[in-house]
Structures are given as structure tokens and as C-alpha cells.
Design a protein around this ligand. Sequence first.
Ligand code: GLU
Length: 301
Amino acid sequence: MPPPVFRFAPSPNGHLHLGHAYSALLNFDRARETGGRLLLRIEDIDATRCRPEFETAIDEDLAWLGIAWETPVRRQSEHLADYRAALEKLTARGLVYPAFESRAEIARLVAAREADGPWPRDPDSAPLYPGDAKALAAGERSRLIGAGAPYALRLDMTAACQRVAGLTWNELGEGPDGERGTVAARPEAWGDVILARKETPTSYHLSVVVDDALQGVSEIVRGQDLFHATSVHRLLQALLGLPEPAYRHHPLIRDADGRKLSKSDRSTGLRELRAAGVTRAGIRGLVGLGQVSLGVSKTPP
Ligand code: GLU
């Protein structure tokens, strides 16, 4: 049996906070416990928000925490051809269509539907895309693309779910409602998700699935905020013929008011805590990991 493969996959769009430390340390501890490998993946496809200095800061903060990872690090922005190839596979299967509406136009389409009663929302509480662009004639699509109109490439969820039914995943951790063990995937709850945009041949969902497969990740340890997204990931894995990893979702670290931590809140930032004299052992204590048997507390901060 090859050793299990874990990954920590931050986006370099800000500094890491205690929640990231918890996720990264859980991955590191799991890799140590199982004799597995730990990879670092930089999820930097959003060129407008990601910056190289944040990636440098991620490296520094993880090293300070005592975490070691394999190199080379996979940087998503350097692998767009891999995502494009996956997108082409889905397109060839007739599962992708361009949608030209702006955010404001989508909001108007949803509001018009809501006049007739409640309109479904996805697990993150955003209204589902109403699917209007699916009805555009091929000629009209080509005309708009030729005219340089911006567009998003969306997954035809109904068609995709007809190809693969009965998907599940193995949850080694716990979902927000205590889900564990064999969990039934419900990708249809997300509607026609965006897989790519005119200027970017990928999206979070597509690149995470392609990368986890290309990197041979066998156990995905990440926050419960991504638990429901796993349904979309399982669907894409099945459509693309990719292997199925196990998932271990962990609870989120929350602030005193019970809110998810944010990269902009300095009181829980790792750099700020370090500057305030908190040690790496202190960070483990703050996220409830104790000293475990890794000898981390013996290493000077
Ligand atoms: N890049 C994502 C984030 O920073 C995590 C992706 C994942 O673990 O699947 O929230």
C-alpha cells in the first residue's frame, strides 16, 4: 500500500489565521500518525485577490508552526492546461454551457422568480442560478462569444446527475449536522455551478478535484465549511473518471461571537499572535490540539 497523501490548500489572498493553523496542523498530525505524505497546494487561480507576498507569508507561518511539507509546491496558476483539459472532457460530454448574465442580471432573474414564491438556495444560502442561458440557441451563443461578451461556463446539473446517480463519500470526520460514515452526495442542491469563466479556464470546484487526483491525495482534511461542496466534488470526480479520496471535515474555529474567522480580523491572525509572544505550542493549545505526541512543544518557537 502506498503511503496516504494529505494536502493543505490555502489561497494566498490574505494572512493565515487560527482556523488555517488548525487545519494545517490536523493534516500534518495525520500525515505523521499514518506515515503519510503532506503536500502544500497554493490555490491562486483568483488573480485579482491572490498575491505572491501572501504565499511567502504562508510558507513562513507554516514553518513557524513546525509543519514540514514536500516540495515542489503545486501552484494552481501554473497548471491551467490541466483544468482546461478537464473542462474540455465535460464539454465534450455535453455538460457545460455558457451563461452571459452579470451578477446583477442574475439577481433580477431570481427576484422575478421569487415573486411567485420561494426560490431554492444552495447550501451556502445563495440563490440557485435559474438556468435561463441553457435555452439560448447555439447561434446566439456563438454570436455573443464572437462579440466578446463575458460569460461563465456552467455545469448542466440536471444532465450531469442523470449520468451518475447514487454517489456517496466516506466521511471520516463530521459534517455540520453530525454526518459521518457513508454520506449521500446531493450535488443538485448547488444547481448549475460555475466551472470556468471566459478569462479563467477553471473554478475552485474544478481545480480542487483535478489537483487532488493528479497529486494522488487519498485523505482530504479540511474545514466543515466545505462539507457540502464535497457533493459537487464527488460528482466531478465521477464524471471525469477520477479516484475517490476519503474526506475528514473538521469543525471550524470560531471567534467569541461564534463567527467564522476572517483573514481580515487581526486578533486571530498567526502573525499578530506570534508578534504578541504566543508560541507554536500556544497556538496548538488555542486550537485545542494540545501538545500531542509530536514533540512540537520541545522545539523552541
Ligand atoms: N483553498 C480553499 C480555502 O482556502 C481550501 C480548499 C480545500 O481544502 O478543498 O478555503
